[in-house]
Write a protein that binds this ligand. Structure first.
Ligand SMILES: NC(=O)c1ccc[n+]([C@@H]2O[C@H](COP(=O)([O-])OP(=O)(O)OC[C@H]3O[C@@H](n4cnc5c(N)ncnc54)[C@H](OP(=O)(O)O)[C@@H]3O)[C@@H](O)[C@H]2O)c1
Length: 332
């Protein structure tokens, strides 16, 4: 099968991208609990960028096929899974075996989402990670009964889904972004609170708004000194939930006094253990609910381009040049 191959991890993102090649490799034969999927599409996500740099929590044996999610049709099944033959699925693939940037992928039954008939396969390629992440993150806001949530990297897909859930639950959102186009777009979409993190008065404005609107949860995808600004701006009894490290910098500038005297928390969110803790029925219920949102058109992953595997290098460069424009989909 044709696959994108990463020969070596490289901290330098450009070198890592330029090292990618497309080669023929053997398809992995499914065990009893696995299926082979003919890949329809697989997106490029921030976790893929971190992975090819060797900076993600999943490290595969090299040479490796990247890609942690996608959609497609089951074309071969292990002996225990005959009933799944021909099904259209989304999948999540974080094990040490070839990933989704390939013509076929072999996946364990636990990493499959069997799709509803009307689910669009391009949208399904981006179903397993970001929509579930937004759902999991937002459950923290619900649990905390917060009036307002803060999101940074607000032009990204996870923050976009968080905004949808917030609107459904009557929760206000303070959106933080850095890119003028993204800021303009968010205002154009009618979002009330849109802050430019590059503005010199940013931390003061955020502080005032966070107190005025009782923003007691912030979802941080950036890290670095920016985490400190978010954390310090929030009122008593707040929680900073860190789920991404887009700045590639350690978290700094957090007020020690706020941690000690204002009962503020910093926590991390990771999709995989959150999903594993769900009961099968609960997972199924969330999966159906999310698929309905995509089928009705209420939710949509922004897709900026669709490219063949052979164009993976230029696709990664375009994605990194403008992540807010949407996902780049690889279609074998
Ligand atoms: N913990 C988990 O389980 C989990 C699951 C899913 C996703 N994630 C993480 O969630 C984050 C967002 O993912 P996504 O798919 O929503 O991203 P995305 O749609 O690809 O968009 C990325 C967004 O981040 C912004 N950005 C990139 N680097 C930035 C920086 N240094 N400072 C400020 N903004 C920056 C981009 O804005 P520009 O246009 O300004 O570049 C863009 O709006 C990623 O870190 C991803 O790894 C975590």
């Amino acid at each position: 099968m044709k696959s994108v191959i990463l020969p070596q991890y490289n901290r330098n993102v450009l070198r890592a991208i330029l090292s990618l090649k497309v080669e023929q490799i053997e398809k992995k034969i499914p065990t009893r609990d696995e299926v082979v999927i003919k890949v329809h599409a697989a997106p490029i996500n921030p976790s893929d960028i971190a992975f090819i740099q060797g900076g993600y929590n999943v490290v595969k044996t090299l040479p490796a096929v990247p890609g942690f999610e996608g959609s497609g049709t089951i074309v071969e099944v292990g002996s225990g899974l005959v009933h799944l033959m021909g099904k259209k699925v989304s999948f999540f693939a974080q094990s040490d075996s070839p990933g989704s940037w390939a013509e076929f992928i072999t996946v364990n039954k636990n990493d499959l989402i069997v799709l509803k008939d009307d689910m669009d396969l391009d949208q399904a390629a981006c179903l397993a990670i970001n929509p579930f992440t937004a759902f999991g993150l937002f459950s923290i806001a619900i649990e905390r009964e917060c009036a307002t949530a803060i999101v940074n990297a607000a032009g990204g897909q996870v923050p976009a889904f968080i905004r949808k859930l917030a609107a459904e639950h009557g929760v206000e959102v303070i959106n933080v972004a850095r890119n003028p186009e993204t800021l303009k777009q968010l205002k154009h979409e009618g979002h009330k609170y849109v802050l430019d993190e590059t503005d010199e008065k940013f931390s003061e404005t955020l502080n005032n708004l966070a107190h005025q609107l009782e923003a007691t949860v912030a979802f941080d995808a950036v890290g670095g000194p920016h985490s400190g600004v978010l954390f310090n701006a929030m009122p008593q009894d707040s929680e900073l939930v860190v789920y991404g490290g887009l700045s590639n910098k350690p978290m700094t500038d957090l007020s020690v006094m706020d941690i000690i005297f204002k009962d503020k928390l910093i926590s991390g969110f990771n999709l995989t253990p959150w999903m594993r803790e769900l009961e099968e029925a609960e997972f199924e219920e969330i999966s159906m609910l999310l698929q309905e949102k995509f089928i009705s058109g209420e939710w949509k992953t922004q897709i900026q381009s669709t490219i063949p595997l052979e164009e993976v290098v230029s696709g990664l460069k375009s994605y990194l040049g403008n992540m807010s424009k949407g996902k780049v989909l690889l279609k074998p």
